[in-house]
Design a protein around this ligand. Structure first.
Ligand code: ATP
Length: 236
């Protein structure tokens, strides 16, 4: 499975945010999107999950996704974990997880998938009947990713998963994302301020500035780039 994005233009009303983004993510790869505040990283993920209007091409495994609504994209296996997580706070952990499978027709395997999510996130099993709003920040992020996994995604979009989390929790979260990617061959696009962590798990990375990709390459190559090191890695 490959994600191909070509000449992607997106924005809000008349305000254009993405100006012709082009990128490819290979089958089962993790792709990191770096860039300064306001560059359009969140908008790019929203474009990929059908939450903003787009022009251009988005193809997943040969299927054209551009212009299709979010629920259709969810059915195609696109799962978006937004910044701020998007969990339903008054609902229990279990209800949130089950909601993640809402577009699935194969109800029997939903139980199997709940089990699978608990294997990745054992803490959620112990919190099933608890309101999502009562979880810690790290647990909520785990729930948000767990809910996305209930979709059996082929493409998992993660927006700032480390936001507001302690370093130890963040490292654990990234370890789990890496395990999901390795075991399920889920393709991942991750937007992340913590460039060290993102480049640590990604094979490919792109730097987005004012709605354009200004640098692309292997995670190693991006890490070695002088400008990236100065702007995003905090050294040199
Ligand atoms: P950050 O790292 O700060 O989250 P980002 O790279 O994710 O930034 P976006 O959130 O995609 O950037 O925002 C890109 C631009 O689009 C910004 O100028 C922002 O003000 C604008 N924008 C974002 N959301 C909306 C919206 N709902 N309506 C109008 N403009 C928006």
């Amino acid at each position: 499975m490959t994600l191909i994005v070509e000449d992607l233009v997106a924005g809000y009303g008349d305000a254009r945010v993405l100006h012709g983004v082009r990128l490819t993510v290979g089958d089962g790869e993790i792709c990191a999107i770096l860039g300064p505040n306001g560059a359009g990283k969140t908008t790019l993920l929203r474009a990929l999950s059908g939450m903003v209007k787009v022009r251009g091409r988005i193809a997943l495994d040969g299927a054209e996704l551009a212009g299709r609504p979010p629920d259709a994209l969810a059915r195609q296996g696109v799962a978006h974990v937004p910044e701020g997580r998007g969990t339903f706070m008054p609902l229990t952990v279990e209800e949130n997880l089950r909601l993640g499978a809402y577009v699935r027709r194969d109800r029997a395997s939903v139980e199997e998938d709940l089990e699978r999510v608990h294997t990745y996130f054992p803490v959620l099993r112990t919190r099933l009947k608890q309101a999502a709003g009562s979880l810690s920040g790290g647990e909520q992020q785990m729930l948000a990713i767990g809910r996305a996994l209930m979709l059996r995604p082929r493409l998992l979009l993660l927006d700032e998963p480390s936001l507001g989390l302690a370093p130890l929790v963040t490292r654990e979260l990234f370890r789990i994302v890496q395990a999901v990617n390795a075991e399920e061959r889920t393709t991942v696009v991750v937007v992340e301020q913590n460039a060290h962590l993102a480049l640590g798990i990604a094979q490919q990375a792109h730097v987005l500035e004012t709605g354009r990709i200004v640098l692309s390459g292997t995670a190693e190559r991006i890490r070695a780039d002088e400008q990236v090191a100065q702007s995003y890695l905090g050294y040199r």
